[in-house]
Ligand binder design. Structure first.
Ligand code: LLP
Length: 421
């Protein structure tokens, strides 16, 4: 459920017509709803009420300071994958003690920054990373709290580009090697073993892969304990899907039931890293129709948003509902069209042969639904298109939370070498 609804014939974000923001901020822009963010966070964390759980919002899904601070105020921790995200989490008010650091390629300076801040946990993904982390921590006179990210070799049944838990993926250490790797880690001076971590993929719409992965984690915890390790945490990653099209993914309560059935009786702190579930449906991308073009065999609706602003359709065949801001346009006749952006690539296609309101014409406004996760954060300036601004709504107020850069600002980022001055 979200707070983007039609009222008085217009699509609103909470108590504000999106058209008003479009007039004041210009299109395209991302718009997030505070009430939806808060609701999703509470529904997810509420599913683990009464459990020793730490919800670490995966910043990669949306790392705007205002979004993170909204979640920080509800008690959220953070899952970060770079020093940049680490700094963003801290700047937004998330305490270091609630931050976990994931990712296959942590660099020495990133490890140092995280150790200096005293983060909750490093999710270590390889033996070379383990050794470097120990060396750096020992050099600083501290011990790095770690969990190994285990690759459980489970098929998450999601898009190949966002599936991470198969043996062929670059993530984690093979579950079969866990005994040896934990024994090695226990002998290192800069390492303190805390737990076991897993993340099998994103946009999961089926609970069965979770059941397999979490059961494997529970077995590994028992095995590691029998081998003498003190395991006090399990990190179950993120990945629970959201409704983009007609398919309805499992509810957080059903996900929590699967998690707790597998790992609930281990006496461990349970760390969760949801990203998309918290922010996905809390955001829309608003865009204007520039032209409607009738070609020989197809009709093209050309928008002022493009693949550089929202890359999910081009990269993952992602589906986003595209709704007109005017409700009467939604209620009229539909006919198939290709919805495209202005970027000079055929891949710049949001939808092919999609049934769209027939009346849509130059100047009309549309909203891409479910664009709050992996939208703005994945945007680029391809074709020298400015990064899309972001707006946050709260009730009847809104604020620009990232402004659109000017073209001069963009061009001035380039530096001419002396011989070209
Ligand atoms: N934890 C780890 C270690 C992750 O790699 C990810 C996402 C998450 C948590 C959060 O997953 P979520 O709850 O958001 O599914 N750009 C793609 C999704 C990439 C996901 C990468 N890892 C997309 O737009 O579909």
């Amino acid at each position: 459920m979200d707070h983007f609804n039609y009222r008085n014939g217009e699509l609103y974000a909470e108590d504000i017509p999106l058209r008003r923001i479009a007039e004041e901020v210009g299109t395209p822009f991302y718009c997030y709803s505070t009430a939806t963010l808060e609701r999703h966070y509470k529904v997810f964390s509420g599913a683990f009420d009464g459990v020793n759980a730490l919800v670490c919002f995966a910043l990669k899904a949306n790392s705007n300071q205002a979004v993170i601070r909204t979640l920080a105020r509800l008690g959220s921790g953070a899952d970060v994958v770079s020093e940049g995200e680490l700094r963003r989490a801290i700047a937004a008010g998330i305490p270091a003690g609630k931050i976990v650091f994931s990712g296959v390629g942590k660099k020495p300076e990133e490890m140092r920054a995280a150790l200096t801040l005293g983060i909750h946990q490093f999710n270590v993904e390889s033996e070379p990373e383990l050794h470097l982390l120990s060396e750096i921590a020992a050099g600083m006179g501290v011990k790095a709290p770690i969990a190994f990210r285990v690759n459980p070799d489970v098929d998450a049944k999601t898009h190949a580009k966002i599936s991470t838990g198969k043996a062929e993926n670059k993530f984690g250490v093979p579950w079969q090697d866990v005994s040896r790797i934990y024994a090695d880690a226990a002998a290192l001076p800069g390492i303190e073993i805390k737990g076991v971590d897993v993340h099998i993929g994103s946009q999961l719409t089926d609970l069965e892969p979770y059941h397999h992965a979490f059961t494997r984690v529970a077995e590994l915890v028992q095995q590691l304990r029998s081998e003498g390790h003190e395991i006090t945490r399990v990190d179950l990653g993120g990945g629970l899907g959201i409704p983009y099209d007609e398919a309805i993914p499992p509810l957080p309560t059903a996900y929590a039931a699967v998690a707790l059935e597998a790992v609930g009786n281990l006496g461990c702190q349970i760390i969760l890293e949801p990203g998309r579930l918290i922010v996905g449906n809390a955001g829309v991308l608003v865009s204007e129709v520039i032209y409607v073009k009738q070609a020989t065999t197809r009709k093209f609706i050309i928008l002022d948003a493009a693949m550089n602003d929202l890359v999910r359709p081009a990269l993952y065949d992602g589906y986003h509902h595209i709704d007109p801001l005017r409700e009467d346009q939604k209620q009229g006749a539909y006919s198939p069209a290709d919805v495209v952006g202005p970027v000079c690539e055929t891949g710049d296609t949001f939808a092919r042969g999609r049934d769209m309101p027939e009346v849509l014409a130059r100047g009309d406004l549309v909203a891409f639904r479910s664009a709050g996760a992996y939208g703005a954060v994945m945007a680029s300036t391809y074709n020298t298109r400015p990064l899309v601004p972001e707006v946050l709504v709260k009730g009847d107020q809104y604020a620009v939370i990232r402004a659109r850069p000017s073209l001069d600002e963009m061009i001035n980022l380039d530096i001419l070498p002396v011989w070209l001055e």
